[in-house]
Design a protein. Structure first.
Length: 384
């Protein structure tokens, strides 16, 4: 897929802050690699020498990361939103970043999201300790469900927003390692908050590294006071966006979403590679025009979708309408899978038989017909 350029907000744009961040990360990769490789040799030296060596290396690592991370743990987007940014006071948009993100890239991510959706964005900093140490942290968080200080801090911010009486919608955007932390935060919220409060929450992930996303059914699909039928799940909407060729998504959402009842929500898979939020995901899915508004001709969103279930046309139609009706929340997750330059299938991962692509035909639905997040672009709002 053609990857549009996003300008100064791109992580690899040749600006001084970006070059500095890349240089520091390069140094950390070298330092951490040498440190980990040398650990077995420490058994040959006195304990005090090994302790001194480890203290020195970790001290240098901490000092470099302090420069990368800055002092702020929660930052706000700082761009002018224009008239489209008005009227969203009852919404709270929160972003959790992935690996290797320092304070400059965090600000760039928050501002890019604010431009895209024309809402102020609160970014909770998942601090970096260097790419290699970040990956080790991912393994610990994901495999042992360990709540680090970054997870606990993010949980407090999300919970506070959900309990705010003047907020009727909380949108949580997760990227990379943020998907792991968001999945753990959701588990925590499910055990502490009533479902009516959780119903304010919407979750959207990009390149999620998480191995699960829970979204249990409510006790009843009707409210006690009005009797109005509502979404039967605790969280109203969950969507996952992944690139077919990038290793973090393969390590996370693209593997575990195929396991029954493991990964709730609708999954969108775009052709291509690249894991950076601004440069690889948002530029491809929500390209910005010269006026910093999302262009209407997004190549990915305008791709045609072919829906198949068990290879039969009747199954195809049933799978299509079921996907439209419940948003993929009551099934194991609806998938939009791209092959070549188009969308080849949309169906349930519960289907065990091979999926046979349908023939091309006119009037085929587009990817954007299934993306709720697309309906938030440029200050718009989807129907609830």
């Amino acid at each position: 897929m053609h990857r549009p350029l996003g300008g100064a907000l791109d992580e690899l744009y040749p600006s001084f802050p970006n070059i500095l961040a890349l240089t520091l990360h390069g140094f950390l990769i070298l330092l951490q690699t040498v440190f980990l490789v040398s650990l077995p040799a420490l058994v040959l030296v006195p304990v005090w020498s090994a302790a001194l060596y480890m203290t020195a290396v970790l001290g240098v690592n901490w000092a470099v990361c302090r420069v990368l991370n800055g002092k702020e743990t929660v930052v706000q987007s700082s761009v002018e939103l224009g008239r489209e940014g008005e009227g969203h006071e009852s919404e709270e948009w929160i972003y959790l970043n992935g690996v290797s993100i320092g304070h400059h890239w965090l600000h760039s991510n928050a501002n890019r999201l604010a431009f895209t959706f024309r809402r102020p964005v609160t970014a909770v900093h998942n601090r970096t300790w260097g790419i290699i140490f970040d990956l080790l942290q991912c393994i610990i968080e994901r495999n042992f469900c360990y709540a680090t200080s970054d997870i606990r801090r993010s949980y407090a911010v999300v919970k506070k927003a959900l309990l705010h009486t003047e907020k009727n919608k909380v949108v949580l955007i997760l990227h990379s390692q943020g998907g792991i932390e968001g999945g753990l935060i959701l588990d925590w919220l499910l055990s502490e908050l009533p479902f009516d409060t959780l119903h304010k929450l919407e979750i959207y992930t990009f390149g999620s590294a998480s191995n699960h996303f829970n979204n249990p059914l409510r006790d009843s699909t009707k409210t006690a006071t009005t009797g109005v039928t509502r979404n039967p799940n605790a969280v109203r909407h969950i969507e996952h966006y992944a690139a077919a060729g990038e290793f973090v998504a393969r390590w996370g959402v693209l593997t575990f979403a195929r396991m029954e009842n493991r990964y709730m929500g609708r999954v969108f898979i775009r052709p291509g590679t690249g894991h950076l939020l601004n440069q690889h995901y948002l530029n491809c899915i929500f390209p910005l025009g010269p006026d910093q508004h999302v262009a209407e001709n997004s190549p990915f969103m305008n791709m045609e979708a072919v829906f198949t279930s068990d290879g039969e046309q009747e199954g195809t139609r049933k799978g299509y309408w079921e996907t439209l009706r419940n948003g993929g929340e009551r099934t194991n997750g609806a998938v939009v899978e791209d092959r070549r330059d188009g969308v080849e299938r949309v169906g349930s991962w519960g289907v065990q038989t091979p999926v046979v692509p349908s023939k091309e035909k006119e009037g085929k639905p587009k990817v954007k017909d299934f993306s709720r997040l697309w309906r938030y672009r440029n200050g718009r709002s989807p129907k609830d």
